[in-house]
Ligand binder design. Structure first.
Ligand SMILES: NC(=O)C1=CN([C@@H]2O[C@H](COP(=O)(O)OP(=O)(O)OC[C@H]3O[C@@H](n4cnc5c(N)ncnc54)[C@H](O)[C@@H]3O)[C@@H](O)[C@H]2O)[C@@H](O)CC1
Ligand SMILES: [K+]
Length: 535
């Protein structure tokens, strides 16, 4: 499902109206019918108070009021602007509505008390004050109205975005409506899914207002939300005559003294994702620990002169093992440690290894000194968290957090790798500049080792033969789904990384069930974002 910025949406609107020739009045009518339909289908109540501003968001509200009236609702409208100031489609819709027996009040500053009482009397309040046109902080009567809505309204349905949110930055400009539902048009926008703005939108519905997909040809970036429909079919089928090598062999390179858990989790997670075989390649002095820790996964010790970490002299041995064996992919980094010799080993191994590869943790820290190595490689996925990405890119954490999409995309395109930029909203960027946003998962996953599990899931999928982009998409989705299922049972507080491995089977089962019975939105032109994402 495409994900747009508000300015991208405006460009798509323009293309639709000016070049494809669909009149703005048609779009507004469809938008308004969508708002009325969502209310009819999903929101309980018989009476609706529609609060309208002076732009097209208000126009949507006026047209929605008429549609709701036609449906039999008890409807009243409160205008925050003098009707003479309305323009275009909003003016047209005011003129139509004023001929119908729907009461329209022009709110005066002296009547705010009565307005507060009125808000309580209605089952549903429609917020059509500001949409994407909000251009400065909300003040005066507008601020008072929004605060009264938040205080007194029983159920709030926001048109497009809750009034007070900046459509472009997601910032709260002064104050903001806290909606129970938000009905948006054509595509979800970044404000609907990125914190903190997404905390104000409630349940999001997307209404098809008859904008053809062709109108998106004006967009520079293909950006999508990861939905189960886009990932479920990526799981490789398991045919009767399959054997373990059919599902690949992952080489896990990691571990150092004090950090044997990380590569173990990588190996176990890959096996739970469906990989045929998984082998940890580890410093020899630690091998016994892995022999005891791991049952299904195998281990190959590499001479470490009792240092408890990989040394620069290990490069050729590890390369020989990986390149000559039946390994189909590599996961390198978890638990490697930050010994300068180990970093040298990691850089040299990554430079010379020809297998599809996921690079995580200390593997990325090793690369920070010379990320140019990545430019010569294909089928590589890097999985940095914000700190690791900051070291890799030399950007500050603040710069990265202020533009997750742009930073991930720049790096992916420049270095020709798939980037999985991990945070509460993980962004995937591909070498050709496509972007995916993961909107599932939960803060319970902010705990030691969950990144190792992700590296295992993604590495396992690479080993099974998935392309880097697909392995990243499915891996991120499965990992978060597993986190959500685990947190439901165990609480976010108690969730630990190995729980994610335990819940991978449930996540895979969930995905397979969804694949065989995809969500059928009852109304073809209204989509629930929650149902579409799958969780
Ligand atoms: N073709 C389109 O462009 C479509 C637009 N639609 C609706 O149009 C909306 C955008 O409409 P507009 O661009 O007219 O903008 P809005 O309706 O969001 O708001 C702009 C109005 O608010 C005023 N304003 C801005 N900031 C203010 C502040 N802080 N205090 C007081 N007044 C303020 C502006 O002067 C203007 O009158 C979308 O959010 C959506 O609801 C829909 O009708 C679907 C189609
Ligand atoms: K609104």
């Amino acid at each position: 499902m495409r994900l747009l910025t508000s300015s991208e949406m405006a460009a798509v609107d323009r293309e639709t109206i000016q070049n494809l020739g669909i009149p703005g009045t048609v779009l507004m009518e469809n938008a308004a019918r969508g708002v009325a339909t969502v209310i009819y289908k999903y929101v309980e109540g018989n009476s609706v108070l529609v609060v309208c501003g002076g732009g097209n968001n208000g126009g949507d509200g006026l047209a929605a009021a008429r549609n709701l009236y036609n449906m039999g609702y008890d409807v009243e409208v409160v205008m925050l602007t003098q009707p003479e100031k309305l323009k275009g489609d909003a003016k047209l819709n005011y003129s139509i509505l004023s001929k119908l027996p729907v009461p329209i009040y022009i709110l005066k500053e002296t009547e705010l008390f009565e307005f507060g009482l009125k808000l309580r009397d209605f089952d549903i309040v429609v917020d059509a004050i500001f949409g994407t046109g909000l251009s400065r902080p909300v003040e005066g009567i507008y601020k008072q109205v929004i605060d009264l809505i938040n205080r007194y309204a029983q159920k709030v349905v926001a048109v497009d975005i809750p009034s007070g949110l900046s459509g472009s930055t997601g910032e709260i400009l002064g104050t903001c409506v806290i909606a129970d539902y938000t009905v948006t048009f054509a595509y979800p926008k970044i404000v609907h899914v990125m914190p903190p703005a997404c905390e104000y939108v409630g349940e999001v519905f997307i209404v098809d207002i008859s904008i053809p997909e062709e109108a998106t040809s004006v967009l520079d970036t293909d950006r999508f939300i990861l939905t189960f429909e886009e990932v479920a079919f990526l799981l490789p089928p398991r045919e009767i005559m399959s054997h373990k090598y059919t599902f690949g062999h992952l080489a896990v390179i990691g571990g150092s003294k004090g950090k044997t858990g990380a590569p173990s989790m990588v190996a176990e997670a890959s096996l739970r994702t469906g990989t045929g075989l998984s082998t940890v390649i580890v410093p020899s002095s630690l091998n016994e620990i892995f022999e005891i820790k791991l049952t299904e996964a195998m281990s190959i010790p590499v001479e470490d002169e009792n240092k408890g970490c990989f040394t620069a002299s290990s490069v050729q041995t590890v390369l020989d093992v990986v390149e000559s064996g039946k390994f189909s992919a590599v996961a390198i980094g978890p638990g490697l440690g930050n010994d300068p010799e180990t970093f040298e080993f990691a850089r040299e191994f990554i430079r010379q290894c020809s297998k599809p590869m996921v690079i995580d943790a200390d593997g990325l820290n090793a690369l920070a000194e010379n990320p140019e190595i990545l430019k010569s490689k294909e089928n590589v996925i890097v999985t940095p968290h914000i700190g690791e990405f900051s070291r890799l890119t030399k950007l500050s954490k603040e710069e990265i957090l202020s533009d997750l999409f742009g930073c991930a995309q720049d790096f992916a395109v420049e270095y020709g790798v798939t980037v999985v930029l991990k945070s509460g909203r993980t962004v995937i960027a591909t070498p050709d500049g496509k972007l995916y946003l993961n909107v599932i998962g939960n803060p319970g996953m902010a705990t030691a080792g969950t990144g190792d599990v992700l590296a295992g899931v993604i590495g396992g999928l690479l080993a099974m033969g998935l392309e880097a982009e697909d392995a990243a998409k499915l891996g991120v989705f499965l990992h978060s789904l597993s986190g959500d299922l685990a947190a439901q049972k165990l609480t976010q507080e108690s969730l630990i990384a190995t729980d994610l491995i335990k819940y991978l089977p449930e996540a895979i089962k969930f995905l397979k069930q969804k694949e065989s019975s995809p969500a059928k939105n009852e109304l073809p032109f209204v989509t629930s974002l929650r149902e579409c994402v799958g969780v």
